[in-house]
Design a protein around this ligand. Structure first.
Ligand code: PLP
Length: 290
């Protein structure tokens, strides 16, 4: 595989960054994960917009314009002959003297890694997965704004370790006030009495691109959508639940801790929304629009 590294496509064995890179030393940087379907990067503009927002929030100036970044993504896919792919674009503060001051790093490091997309096991979509509400709380937005899609993932990694120890697929983090926030790499939704609920951005979450599209699909299907602050009990008592992100799309959740959700099988609204989401993907492939 070829890796895009600072404007060049290099074989992966030769794609090396400095040990003085502040991405490595301090987790100082930002990233996006994208998914390509049949050679089209789904909602690429939204991902690039969020990348620039993350850059602004950490005062990292992305010198390459959005169009050049888009071209770089497509060139990397094409060099690797990939059509259905996972794409990870990272920008770190770059190499510099030891010290926290971003001014020590004159040139950010930009890396694009692409991989053939490996379908998730069909079984997890058919049966749903179990998640656990973990002890690790989501960073308070006043401490580290979750809107920053940051290279520093320790908060989420600690939650992931708890999930692994509990033997569940994903961890659900509460915010510092005890309300539902999000998963380690996913947003969470639940259905109650025919309406769809999801923690609001104010709960301290990453405003997922998939999350936003699901809400649009739901509204288009006449499903009432509410964003707010919800307790763990509201999730335990839900009729249906699911998690979302760019690569998973919609993954049904059938158990939270030891509580079975609904009938313990993926629910009808979850299925309908996933179908609607796939139709949005199809439309995007045809028209380049959502
Ligand atoms: N929340 C967190 C913490 C994430 O890291 C991600 C994706 O990586 C998401 C939510 C889902 O975001 P998206 O739908 O844009 O992939």
């Amino acid at each position: 595989m070829f890796i895009y590294l600072n404007g060049r496509l290099v074989p992966e064995e030769k794609a090396r960054v400095s040990v003085f890179d502040h991405g490595f030393l301090y987790g100082d940087g930002i990233y996006e994960t994208m998914r390509a379907y049949c050679g089209v990067v789904f909602m690429i503009d939204e991902h690039i917009r969020r990348l620039f927002r993350s850059g602004e929030l950490i005062k990292l100036k992305i010198v390459r314009p959005p169009d050049e970044i888009k071209r770089a993504i497509y060139n990397t896919l094409s060099k690797n002959r990939l059509k259905d792919a996972y794409i990870r674009l990272s920008i770190s503060r770059g190499p510099g003297e030891i010290g926290l001051d971003p001014g020590l790093c004159p040139k950010p490091t930009i890396v694009i890694i692409t991989k053939r997309f490996k379908e998730y096991p069909e079984e997890i979509y058919k049966k749903g997965v179990r998640v656990s509400i973990v002890k690790t709380r989501r960073n308070a937005p006043e401490a580290l704004n979750p809107k920053i899609k940051s290279l520093n993932f320790l908060n989420n990694i600690l939650a992931k370790i708890e999930a692994k120890e509990a033997g569940v697929y994903e961890a659900v983090m509460l915010n510092y006030r005890g309300y539902l926030a999000e998963g380690t790499i996913t947003n969470i939704f639940f259905v109650k009495d025919g309406s769809l609920f999801t923690p609001s951005v104010e709960a301290g979450i990453l405003d997922g691109i998939t999350r936003k599209l699901i809400m649009k699909v739901a509204k288009g299907n006449g499903v009432k959508v509410e964003e707010g602050l919800y307790t763990p009990e509201s999730l335990y008592g839900a009729d249906e639940a699911f998690i979302t992100n760019t690569t998973l799309e919609i993954l049904p959740v059938t158990k939270v801790d030891n509580k079975t959700i609904g009938n313990g099988i993926p629910g009808p609204i979850t299925g309908e929304l996933h179908k609607g989401y796939k139709e949005e993907v199809e439309r995007y492939l045809r028209t380049g629009k959502i």
